[in-house]
Design a protein around this ligand. Structure first.
Ligand SMILES: Nc1nc2c(ncn2[C@@H]2O[C@H](COP(=O)(O)OP(=O)(O)OP(=O)(O)O)[C@@H](O)[C@H]2O)c(=O)[nH]1
Ligand SMILES: [Mg+2]
Length: 607
């Protein structure tokens, strides 16, 4: 028996409360047992997602409401994953667009809304977090309406329903002042405004793969919505491949979503989102059809990568100390496995065969992969991220991002001068209504934003917020300033000593605490000046027999600066690497010996 089916995507800018809303939808439709303890953002099931409080992978779940099956796709809000959201939008019947009641529409709101409108969806607007003190729901509704209009919404789309809610408490209402205790108002609107997917079970099978999964036991999984027809387990099918060829295959396993789980079924119906195994090289955009009757659907484009890093074999003196997987064979096998599911990732062997150039959609996309690898026991050395330029109509273009910054007025000067230095172009600047904050909008080449975030946080004392999103490809902006500070490089291997760290810290920010092992060529601090300095951090004070009372016992060391993986990648210069192992993130010079570095530099300068 086929149930009525609706597919919904939850879309928004990062942190608008998408995963929280999905929690509430799940719990109010009785997916959890009464006594079941449910964690917040239950869909953010990956451990990195839990730690960071963000969604990285889009995920499906399904609920039943009044006899109808609702497939819900929770999407990531971070801009690195835009293209994934774009693909999901192609497989749903409606979208719930969340907008924060105080923030208003943000760059990613614009992006996901634009894609939904282009796809012909009629989004439902959900003004979330109306419990916030600084909510301005009515203004935000107006702003969102303007955004719809600006994005050429048609009349039906412009007539979008509005729900006001507190996702955190599972509350939704039609009017701001209504009393509500649950999400009924949202479910009513979904029911009224969304067309149920038509029953097309009698037609030929057509199903396009819109995302991929992987299961250790059954291999690669294809995920997508059945446009028409039915799929049965064991069915022989034809597959229209990306390259235009048509091959045969068999659906060996078939699943649909039910609550939070995938359940295995014998048959799935038109309109439903399925997960299937059996076709080992299935890829995004490929169409499955009845045997010898497949009608390819319009190919979904796979986005070009924008950023690359070299993943190198870790050859530091500490290599192999904490990792289990350190050889090139290990790295290659892991990268190949990642390519199975990580759409938009590209891996090329480096010419000198000491590693791979790995390209992805942004810093987060690539650093998440690195973070996973180190947790699994890999060691890798990684080079400075490099923005990928594009040749468009014979001209070299580079990606440019829109940057929206909100800072206390006193810091606006330094932000503006830094962004100008980095070849940014100001788009607008205004005082936020009734506050001491300035809202500054810039267009800045992605290249010059690498490394800017930590500077920004420092210079605005953590009080500023910065949101970035891809804007366009533009003519190359030319040279941009290099890192303003040199580094302190350890002269020899040994153990760091509080005494030398203390002495150095007068003109540098140290990266290592006392009593840790360092090696020659390891970066141990940031110089306050522009040049690099080779230092000895292992020197201890000569003990004398006479000790001045109280003068040298108490060296007060500032805590060293600890890098997150992303910060480290942003920080390093061209001749440096980040050494990533399960238990440490170290910065180092590519060439460890100081004299060798000088020689190599000379050669470089004469060429
Ligand atoms: N005050 C308030 N906070 C909320 C509400 N809904 C969600 N939040 C909080 O907002 C933060 C982000 O919520 P998430 O559900 O993770 O947001 P998201 O949109 O899924 O974020 P990404 O997946 O990273 O794009 C969390 O700290 C939530 O507790 C709400 O209605 N009111
Ligand atoms: Mg989320």
């Amino acid at each position: 028996m086929r149930k009525d089916i609706i597919n919904i995507a939850i879309i928004a800018h990062v942190d608008a409360g998408k995963s929280t809303l999905v929690d509430a939808m799940l719990s109010q439709s009785g997916v959890f047992r009464d006594n079941e303890e449910v964690v917040d953002c239950v869909m953010d099931s990956n451990d990195l997602e839990r730690e960071r409080g963000i969604t990285i992978y889009s995920k499906n779940c399904a609920i039943e409401h009044n006899g109808m099956k609702i497939n819900i796709v929770d999407t990531p809000g971070h801009a690195d994953f835009s293209s994934e959201v774009e693909r999901i939008i192609k497989t749903v019947d409606t979208a719930i667009l969340l907008v924060d009641s105080s923030e208003g529409p943000m760059p990613q709101t614009r992006y996901v809304l634009q894609k939904s409108l282009e796809e012909g969806l009629n989004p439902i607007l959900f003004i979330n977090k109306i419990d916030k003190k600084d909510q301005r729901a009515e203004t935000v509704v107006d702003m969102t309406f303007d955004l719809f209009a600006e994005l050429d919404a048609n009349d039906e789309q412009l007539d979008f329903p509005i729900i006001y809610g507190v996702a955190k408490e599972g509350i939704a209402k039609k009017n701001f002042d209504d009393e509500a205790t649950d999400l009924s108002a949202l479910f009513d609107v979904i029911r009224e405004r969304t067309k149920i997917y038509p029953n097309r079970d009698d037609e030929d099978l057509q199903m396009q793969v819109s995302s991929l999964g992987y299961d250790d036991y059954i291999g690669r999984l294809g995920i997508g919505r059945i446009t028409s027809g039915v799929v049965t387990r064991g069915q022989q099918v034809s597959v229209a491949k990306r390259d235009g060829s048509i091959v045969r295959g068999k659906i060996s396993k078939l699943f649909v979503n039910m609550g939070l789980n995938r359940v295995e079924v014998d048959k799935a119906h038109s309109g439903d989102i399925i997960i299937f195994a059996g076709i080992s090289d299935i890829s995004i955009g490929e169409t499955i059809g009845d045997l010898d009757k497949v009608k390819p659907m319009k190919l979904i484009e796979i986005e070009e990568p924008t950023l690359a890093m070299n993943f190198l074999i870790n050859d530091s003196p500490f290599a192999g100390r904490s990792g289990k997987f350190v050889t090139s064979r290990h790295l290659l096998a892991r990268l190949e496995k990642e390519l199975e599911v990580n759409v938009g990732l590209r891996v090329e062997e480096l010419e000198n065969k000491d590693g791979w150039k790995v390209s992805g959609r942004g810093e987060l996309h690539l650093s998440i992969l690195l973070e996973h690898m180190r947790r699994e026991g890999y060691e890798i050395a990684v080079s400075k991220p490099e923005v990928l330029l594009r040749n468009i109509d014979g001209e070299i273009k580079e990606p440019v991002e829109k940057v929206i910054i909100v800072v206390p007025e006193e810091y606006s000067g330094v932000v503006i001068s830094k962004l100008n230095e980095r070849k940014g172009q100001m788009v607008s600047m205004e005082t936020e209504s009734e506050s001491e904050y300035m809202r500054i909008e810039y267009l800045v080449p992605t290249r010059s934003l690498l490394g800017y975030r930590s500077e920004f946080i420092n210079e605005t004392r953590g009080e500023g917020t910065m949101v970035r999103s891809f804007d366009s490809y533009q003519n190359h902006f030319g040279e941009i300033p290099k890192r303003a500070n040199g580094v302190l490089v350890s002269q020899q291997a040994g153990t760091s000593m509080a005494y030398s760290l203390f002495n150095l810290s007068e003109r540098a920010t140290m990266f290592v605490p006392p009593s840790v092992e360092v090696y020659e060529g390891m970066i141990v601090g940031k110089n306050s000046r522009v040049d690099d300095m080779v230092v000895n951090v292992c020197k201890n004070k000569k003990l004398t027999n006479v000790r001045a009372s109280g003068s040298d016992d108490a060296i007060k060391l500032l805590a060293p600066h600890e890098f997150t993986l992303e910060e480290a990648l942003e920080f390093i210069a061209d001749d440096e690497l980040v050494e990533i192992t399960p238990d440490a993130i170290r910065l180092r010079k590519k060439i460890l010996n100081a004299q060798d570095r000088v020689k190599a530099n000379k050669v470089k300068n004469t060429i």
